[in-house]
Structures are given as C-alpha cells and as structure tokens.
Write a protein that binds this ligand. Structure first.
Ligand SMILES: [Zn+2]
Ligand SMILES: [Zn+2]
Length: 387
C-alpha cells in the first residue's frame, strides 16, 4: 500500500501551501501569520475544534472519527524558521531579509495540514486525532510551552508522534530507532575577566584571549578523556568574542557553545567537568571565569512499542526495504522530546534526498516528500485508531 490516492491528488495544493510558508518565514514564538493560516485552514477543513494560543502561538486542531469512542493520538509539526539569509534563488524564496525556512518546518506544517484535510474529509477511524502545530522549535522551547499550557491533559492525548525531514536520507525512505534518537543539548556561556592593557606590555595584563583559547582547547579533553569512549558526547564552542583593536589586550572575553549527550549520566558528567575545566583553566592564568550552564532540550527518547508501530506504518507507505528501523542516533536536538517525556510515541526521519543540509542557506524542503510524509500521517492515525 504505497501513497494514499487522495493524498496524491492533494500534492499540488499542499505544495502551494508549503511554498507560501516558505516565502513568509517567521521566528520563534512570533509565528503569527503562519499560525493564523493554519487556524484558517483547519477551520475550513471542518475540524471539530481549532484552538489557537496554546503555548503562546501554538495551534491545536481536533478531528473526531466517525467510529466513535477510542483513544486520542497527537500528530505534531513545527512552524518556525531560522535567522539566516536565504541563498537559493527559488521563485518562492524568503520575502523577509535575514529569515529563512532552512529546517523544512514549512514542509512539516504543510504536510500535517494536508493530513488534517484528509482526516477531516474521511474520518475513517475511532477516537480522535489531535494535530499539533508548535512555535519556537529552533531554540525557544515551544513544545515545552505547549506542554506547560496543559495541552496533553486538555485534549486527552494518549500517544504522540513527530516527523522531521532529513537531507542525506534518500527520497522515499524513512529512518527511526527505539530509545535515544536525538541528543540533549545544554548551553554554555563563559564570561572571562582578565586585566586589560597595552599589547606591548603583556606582563602587566591578564590576557583574556589567551585564557579563552586555552579554555576552548581544554574543553576538548572532557569528551576525549572524561567521557567513556563507548558513550556519545559533543562539546562545541561556537562563539568567541574578545577585543576591538590589534594593540589592546582585552579585559573581557566571552565564549558560547553547546554540550550534547544521549544519556543522563553523561549529561551530568559534562556539566561537572566543563565547570571544573573552565574555572581551573582561568585560575591557572590568574583570570576569573563565570560559567552559565543552561539546561536545554532533553534527549528524544522513542518508546519501544510506538516506534515498532511507526516503522510498520512507514513500511506500508514506502516499502519494506525503505525503512531503516535501527538508524544510529544523531547529536542534533529537538524539542519534541518534551512531548515524548509526557506520553509514549515516536519521532521519525523522512528522507529529503540529496539536498543542502539543514540550516544551510541553500537548503530547501523537497516537495516530493509531501505525498510520502502526508500518507504516513494519515495511515498512522487510521491504524492507531482502527477501533
Ligand atoms: Zn532546525
Ligand atoms: Zn527542524
């Protein structure tokens, strides 16, 4: 049973929605146009309930099946874009300078809308489908905001599923795994205080550039020498700000980065060792370092039973040999993790083919994914709620 026929018929319409979202990217919780479009469409499809403003700008639609009773299954998409300048030259490229749908959330939102349209037309299931459109996946924790707003209890969601496109996985394929699938990502901010001075008289100064450079190097020893080599961890310093002139030793320097892990004990170890290394290294040079360690998204942990179920649905759509049900975890983070912490469910990757990578200025969601991803959503709902 490959692509659902009715979904194939909707391909052009869903593509047009996707490209409209692509041309109008919005950031974080400020997804007002996107959310308003989603609300308008869900109402137009005849959803039984459409509620805006959950988790600030999140939207939820409820579609009741015609077989009555049954449980409630949540399907989730994300709506936000990224703060970068698009370099695709596409006819539907971003109309907003410095903002771009470079993670494919335009495609995720369009596909879930397509599924909602089909499910509201057919209603060939028991129980209810709750379609969840969240803001602020890219760093704002919009998924957590919706959970904190009581979404899970309010709609009685029993299981929850998510999907993300994945460049490099061939078009027509899915990938998933039970257990940890994406990493926890914590945020590190380090403020180094030294002693500013003349570049010609370093002995009278405490050079924060040198201290910062040593900290960047020493931090790499945490993964190399403290984490069990059979476990996974990444520490990346991605910002280093210091100085304004070539002859002034700067008084302050600032570093920022992320620490990622797949297990709670590794996550704890990273936090402890990063703190010790930063403070110890600064002290070695007579500087002071203040570290702000902020807990970010938790690990995306797929539940065993729901993952096997999702993989079966994907096989039904794509073919038995087109679903990798034991894909290695990735060290990127996803705030769908918060929903999976509340209810059993599974997160799946759908191949975006040979495109530019996620968050790249030349990235574009592959519209050929639409029939596949949308068919996956509707079959997943109909099968989970077969009654
Ligand atoms: Zn992203
Ligand atoms: Zn994303």
């Amino acid at each position: 049973m490959p692509i659902v026929n009715r979904i194939a018929d909707l391909h052009n319409e869903i593509t047009a929605w996707r490209r409209d979202f692509h041309a109008h990217p919005e950031l974080q919780f400020d997804v007002h146009r996107t959310a308003a479009t989603v609300v308008e469409k869900l109402k137009g499809f005849g959803c039984d309930e459409v509620i805006a403003g959950i988790g600030r700008t999140g939207v939820v639609g409820v579609i009741r099946g015609r077989k009555g009773g049954g449980k409630v299954v949540g399907l989730r998409a994300d709506m936000d874009a990224l703060p970068l300048q698009e370099e695709t030259g596409l006819s539907y490229k971003s109309t907003v300078a410095g903002k771009m749908h470079a993670c494919g959330h335009d495609g995720h939102t369009a596909m879930l809308l397509g599924a909602a349209k089909y499910l509201a037309e057919t209603r060939n299931f028991a129980g209810s489908v709750v379609v969840i459109f969240q803001p602020a996946e890219e760093g704002g924790g919009g998924g957590l905001a919706m959970v904190k707003d009581g979404m899970i209890e309010r709609f009685g969601i029993a299981e929850v599923y998510g999907m993300h496109n994945y460049p490099g996985i061939p078009l027509g394929q899915f990938a998933i795994r039970p257990g940890p699938m994406m990493a926890a990502a914590d945020h590190i901010e380090i403020a180094i205080e030294g002693k500013g001075g003349h570049a010609a008289r370093p002995h009278l100064a405490i050079d924060t550039v040198l201290v910062g450079a040593q900290i960047v190097n020493q931090l790499q020893s945490v993964v190399a020498r403290n984490v069990d080599p059979l476990e996974s961890a990444v520490v990346s310093v991605c910002m280093f700000q210091a100085g304004h002139a070539d002859n002034v030793i700067p008084q302050h320097a600032r570093l920022r980065g992320t620490a990622r892990s797949l297990k709670p004990e590794v996550r704890k170890l990273l936090k402890k060792r990063i703190g010790e290394v930063v403070e110890g290294t600064a002290a070695l040079y007579g500087a002071a370092a203040k570290i702000t360690y902020t807990t970010g998204y938790p690990v995306v942990v797929n539940h065993e039973r729901e993952t096997a179920f999702a993989a079966d649905v994907a096989r039904e759509i794509a073919g038995a040999d087109k679903v990798d049900s034991d894909v290695p975890p990735v060290m990127g983070a996803e705030d769908f993790a918060y929903m999976l912490n509340e209810r059993p469910g599974a997160f799946i990757f759908v191949g975006n083919g040979d495109s530019a990578g996620l968050h790249h200025p030349a990235y574009d969601f592959n519209d050929e994914v639409i029939p596949l991803g949308t068919s996956y959503w509707v079959r997943l709902a109909e099968t989970a709620l077969a009654g």
